[in-house]
Design a protein. Structure first.
Length: 234
């Protein structure tokens, strides 16, 4: 579904990603893990089109993405939840959800889709008219995910969804990811909580200093504390 081959990316003169190669098959949860600064976020940003200088090949359902602008990648069915959440201040939960449909052909079904998100994310259902930034960090993260999901992406990329969130909401969030997978959504996940991520994912790629240094089944890596210690400690 998603294929990344020999992807290189730069911030100015800094060569951040070096020949990153990975793939995500339809219906999978694939996890990207590694230390802080290893290149995980840059990989997601390169896939969605937010890095100015990239080379290599990125394709989604056979479509070449690198020459494709970010908004057109969204229209192809790629969803992205950045690490910063980017909840819009001054807007309600409902209004933030509406933003997820601005460029979507599904905009005419807005009320129906917001109701569906409220059903999928029960914590948001009773807060639709609440100012979004007054919610807890975990609830804002759920809103960011719901905003990306409302347009019905085929693949959603999540960057550190559990960061700074209390454990009870993290467990709830990861149960949601399992249910999304069962409903047919494909997920590419960047996550620092290695144990949780490996317990959820089908396959995993480990990035170190901008290069993929290990790939394989998530259960295999979960049973390999040496690789976790070498490449995944913060």
């Amino acid at each position: 579904m998603l294929r990344v081959e020999k992807l290189n990316a730069w911030y100015g003169s800094s060569h951040v990603l070096q020949d990153v190669t990975l793939e995500v098959n339809r219906g999978e949860i694939v996890c990207l893990i590694g230390r802080n600064g290893a290149g995980k976020t840059t990989t997601l940003k390169s896939i969605i089109g937010l890095i100015g200088k990239t080379t290599g090949a990125v394709s989604f359902e056979g479509k070449d993405l690198l020459p494709t602008p970010t908004h057109a990648r969204f229209a192809l069915g790629l969803g992205y939840v950045p690490e910063e959440r980017r909840i819009v201040q001054g807007l309600s939960v409902r209004e933030n959800l509406r933003l997820g449909l601005v460029a979507s052909p599904e905009k005419k079904r807005e009320a129906e889709l917001i109701a569906k998100m409220a059903e999928t994310f029960p914590r948001l259902a009773e807060r639709l008219d609440q100012t979004a930034v007054t919610m807890s960090g975990g609830e804002q993260q759920m809103l960011a995910i719901a905003r990306a999901m409302i347009s019905g992406p085929k693949l959603i990329m999540l960057d550190e969804p559990s960061e700074g969130i209390m454990p009870v909401l993290v467990d709830e969030m990861f149960e949601l990811f399992r249910s999304l997978k069962h409903s047919g959504t494909t997920i590419l996940l960047v996550e620092q909580n290695v144990e949780l991520a490996l317990g959820l994912a089908d396959r995993v790629y480990v990035i170190d200093q901008g290069t993929v240094v290990h790939s394989g089944g998530a259960k295999d890596l979960l049973a390999d504390p040496e690789i976790q210690e070498r490449y995944c400690s913060v």
